[in-house]
Design a protein around this ligand. Structure first.
Ligand code: ADQ
Length: 457
């Protein structure tokens, strides 16, 4: 870990409240902060009845955690509003779902400006400031306006929008200024960098700080959890003879209705002699206070109900939809047991479930990953069966192919995928981002891309 520069100041919408945080990204940031020392700042969660002024320290140790409160108005306008009813749909290519209401833009800017003042008060010369995600796009611009000249980096966890979608954004003209205020503007994929470049080219903007840092997981930790869970759990799952797994937050970007329809296309072409495969979809609701999320559940349940009505037999329910949260370790065990991982978002920054599925598999008898070409992960994971999630027939064919794939082909595909997941893991990602933030030379192109380039020469 580079020791150049001062402390690390991380800013994200959520901060962990546990002593020992869990979850890949949270753990990686926790480790980086523990090693280097610094401060982690995030909102204290939902709206507060009596919001406190400034930052409140919530934990200290190797590094400190500080929270800022959101009032009811902040929560409505900044979090549910501009962040999740404007930026999230627009960046996921769903401009039709944008819901701009009076006060949202002002609320978003006000929270960012208030936060900038709090950060400016605690930042010391040499500190590196690392801002996460779409909640805080204008933060560097707000810091610069206050005279903060520290190095400030950003990482966008969701896709960068296409240049033709950006004009649908209130304040579309400010977007490049927000981006330009960062020393490094990190995104998940080369495609995202190209989209930023295309936007800059449209307005002849001079933005050249975009970089791709595809986020990874802790594959060893995930594999160990999967083995422990699969061994200790008798998994009386009453599933079919083959298991297809889907794991997502219930979000329109994840393409769950399309996924069910793709599975329906498989069921329609299935022969009686084929194994009875069950699609186990785990998708707990998220952001239920945002209008666009309200119909998804009903739509999904009716699609599952119709397919089960048509294809279920006395001893087989083709789709099982679980709306509860499943503990991370247990989930890892279920993934290990699965024959197919179905990861088919319509748009996704990266999608860590694809990487977790690969890490969880037994290399001697691995399951097959079916991956949407619109997941950021597809750029690195070309050895998956890549599908167009809008094409149910293509998805159905891929499911058929995955369920009947030879052991040799499964092993070869899995070995190539696992190699990528292990090489570009969460530690590689953190290190690459921090090196770039500190202004050091960094291998910007993923190693797998170099290897492919070299082998093509
Ligand atoms: P998310 O949209 O939340 O994250 P994703 O990367 O798939 O999407 O999942 C994050 C984590 O949540 C994974 O570790 C996964 O196992 C876990 N998870 C998801 N559904 C779950 C469930 N039903 N039960 C239990 N755990 C579940 C955003 C972007 C992504 C990007 C990440 C990280 O939208 O594209 O990959 O940030 O940058």
């Amino acid at each position: 870990m580079s020791q150049k520069g001062g402390r690390l100041i991380v800013i994200s919408n959520r901060i962990p409240t546990d002593e020992t945080p869990s979850g890949g990204l949270v753990v990686a940031l926790h480790e980086a902060l523990t090693e280097r020392g610094g401060i982690w700042i995030g909102s204290s969660g939902g709206p507060q009845e009596a919001p406190r002024e400034g930052l409140t320290q919530i934990a200290s140790g190797a590094y400190s955690r500080y929270a800022f409160d959101l009032s009811h108005a902040d929560y409505e306008q900044y979090y549910l509003g501009y962040a999740n009813s404007v930026l999230w749909p627009l960046f996921h290519r769903r401009a039709d779902l944008i819901n701009v209401q009076p006060g949202m833009v002002e609320g978003y800017m006000a929270v960012n400006e208030r936060l900038a003042k709090m950060v400016a008060e605690i930042a010391q010369p040499g500190d590196l400031i690392w801002v996460h995600d779409y909640h805080f796009l204008p933060l560097a611009a707000a810091l610069r306006a206050l005279g903060v000249d520290n190095r400030v980096g950003f990482f966008l966890h969701i896709p960068f929008p296409t240049a033709s979608d950006v004009p649908a954004l209130p304040q579309a003209d400010d977007m490049l200024d927000w981006v330009a205020a960062y020393d490094v503007f990190g995104m998940q994929t080369e495609t995202d960098v190209q989209r930023l470049d295309a936007l800059a080219a449209r307005v002849e903007g001079k933005v050249n700080n975009g970089r791709a840092f595809p986020i990874g997981i802790d594959p060893v930790g995930y594999r160990d959890a999967a083995i422990a869970s699969a061994a200790g759990d008798n998994m009386a799952l009453s599933l079919g003879q083959k298991l297809i797994i889907g794991v997502d937050r219930l979000d329109y970007s994840k393409g769950l209705v399309h996924r069910f329809e793709g599975f329906g296309a498989y069921l329609a072409q299935r022969q009686d002699s084929d194994p009875k495969a069950t699609l186990l979809q785990i998708a707990p609701p998220s952001r239920e206070n945002v209008d666009a999320y309200q119909d998804i559940r009903a739509h999904l349940e009716s699609t599952a109900g119709a397919l089960n009505g048509e294809y279920a037999e006395l001893d087989w329910t083709p789709i099982r939809y679980i709306r509860r949260n499943v503990a991370r370790e247990r989930l890892a065990g279920v993934m290990r047991r699965a024959d197919v991982g179905l990861v088919t978002p319509l748009a996704d920054g990266m999608n860590l479930v694809a990487k977790e599925f690969v890490a969880a598999q037994d290399p001697d008898d691995p399951g097959v990953l079916i991956l949407s070409s619109f997941a950021g992960a597809a750029e690195q994971m070309q050895d998956a069966l890549i599908v167009n999630p809008y094409d149910a027939t293509e998805m159905g064919d891929a499911i058929q192919k995955a369920l009947s794939m030879s052991l040799d082909e499964r092993k070869a595909r899995h070995a190539a995928l696992l190699d990528g997941v292990q090489t570009q893991d969460i530690h590689w990602w953190t290190q690459s981002c921090l090196d770039a933030l500190a202004g050091e030379r960094v291998w910007l192109r993923p190693l797998a891309t170099w290897a492919r380039t070299l082998s093509a020469l």
